[in-house]
Design a protein around this ligand. Structure first.
Ligand SMILES: Cc1ncc(COP(=O)(O)O)c(C=O)c1O
Length: 411
């Protein structure tokens, strides 16, 4: 067989599918439902008016079936988004490109900013698709581990070390990625820290890429979402979670409108890979935007109870952190407490055991660079299902704290 690209062969595997397959297998052999806390999805549907507007447009307009009027998205949607980022994010004089979700936005940005062997800083636990996009583009990830004690936020010392390496001329750092609120930890980056990172990037001529997919998912207003502003900052947003539009594939990139070369590079990628976000999806997104933040916040507030249920199960363990954003908790399996050498096989054994014995599925921490940990999503099920799942998780974690636990029994 002719050879395949090393870049893709060496890219991490998406673990969501692997867990999903096991869930299906266990459900079909045991005829029992497994509750999945795996995927970062919301349980709520998009605003009803979205489907109504789309149906109406389908009856009257042929343009829905054609290529979009511009690769960057429908003009009316871009205008509405510019207004949104001006009023909500204080991003004045910025331009918008509508993408097939924030993931495509991230790939576009990586390709526009980085050459092969350039370096990109990501903070671990990281969002796995960020790492995968870097691997695909042959960009070297510079992974900085964050600490539980610091609520998974990077520290000033991390940047001092980076500065030393930059000053010694010993690196090719092109960009730093910040995901706030964070997937998988739920950590919200405070304003001071974001401004510090922004200044660091500006001083060293490094791009700052802010993935703000979860900007509305804030559960404690003492740390509000903050959008740093500057011509060295590129912002990524998504309609997937806030408006329940995951399958419609709409997100957007926001950047300083004077950066014409950046825009041209992003345009080349846009024209070649997605061409545009699907036109019917953009109609849905435009209507969602008319319903606005208020509509989204009403849905997001229904997740408060789910957060509480899962926190009850997780709170007895010292590696569980009560973070305040996104829709996840990230914690260590108690059987791996104080161990730094947990293998992927050991971790997988626990994942399998949880699915088979307690009928709950979670995403392994190795997907985020933290072996022996796990992520739970509390947004993809309703409160009743979540209460049941949290009770089972509580029992499972108690079992996993027992010194004589034998996971093999459930193989
Ligand atoms: C941080 C982050 N960015 C981007 C995405 C993908 O969003 P989209 O559906 O808009 O591509 C996700 C989805 O889980 C995410 O957690």
């Amino acid at each position: 067989m002719p050879l395949l690209s090393k870049r893709l062969l060496n890219t991490d595997m998406p673990l969501i599918n692997k867990v999903g397959q096991l869930v299906q297998q266990v459900e079909s052999t045991t005829h029992q439902r497994v509750t999945s806390l795996v995927q970062g999805m919301v349980y709520f549907a998009p605003p009803e008016s979205c489907a109504e507007v789309l149906q109406d447009t389908l009856k009257h307009e042929k343009f829905l079936h054609q290529y979009c009027e511009h690769d960057f998205g429908m003009r009316v949607l871009r205008e509405a988004l510019i207004q949104k980022v001006e009023t909500e994010n204080k991003l004045m004089d910025h331009s918008v490109i509508v993408t097939q979700g924030a993931n495509q936005g991230f790939s576009s940005v990586v390709n526009a900013l980085c050459d092969p062997d350039d370096e990109c800083v990501i903070f671990s636990p990281y969002y796995f698709n960020h790492l995968m996009a870097l691997q695909m583009a042959n960009v070297k990830p510079l992974i900085i581990d964050t600490k539980i004690q610091n609520k998974y936020l990077p520290e000033v010392q991390d940047f001092e070390k980076l500065q030393q390496s930059i000053d010694s001329g010993d690196n090719r750092i092109k960009m730093i990625v910040v995901t706030t609120p964070c997937n998988p930890t739920g950590t919200v980056f405070p304003k001071d820290l974001l401004e510090y990172i922004s200044d660091f990037c500006k001083k060293n001529s490094i791009w700052l890429v802010c993935d703000e997919t979860y900007e509305y998912f804030i559960f404690d207003e003492s740390v509000p979402h903050h959008t740093p502003v500057g011509s060295h900052i590129i912002h990524l947003y998504s309609f997937s979670k806030a408006y329940g539009l995951m399958g419609w594939r709409v997100g957007y990139i926001v950047y300083d409108r004077n950066l014409i070369e950046l825009q041209t590079s992003l345009h080349k990628y846009q024209d070649t890979v997605p061409i545009s976000s699907p036109v019917p999806s953009q109609i849905m997104a435009l209507q969602a935007l008319k319903e606005g933040k208020q509509w989204a916040m009403k849905q997001i507030n229904t997740l408060v109870q789910n957060r509480e249920y899962l926190w009850e199960a997780l709170s007895p363990y010292p590696t569980s952190v009560r973070t305040t954003g996104a829709m996840y908790y990230f914690a260590q399996f108690p059987c791996f407490a104080n161990r730094k050498d947990v293998t992927i096989d050991e971790e997988w054994q626990v994942i399998q055991w949880l699915i088979k014995k307690y009928r709950i599925a979670v995403l392994p921490g190795s997907a985020f660079g933290y072996n022996g940990y796990f992520r739970v999503s509390y947004a993809n099920i309703n409160a009743e299902q979540c209460e049941q799942a949290a009770k089972r998780l509580e029992l499972a974690l108690r079992d996993l704290s027992l010194p004589d636990l034998d996971l093999q029994k459930f193989d």
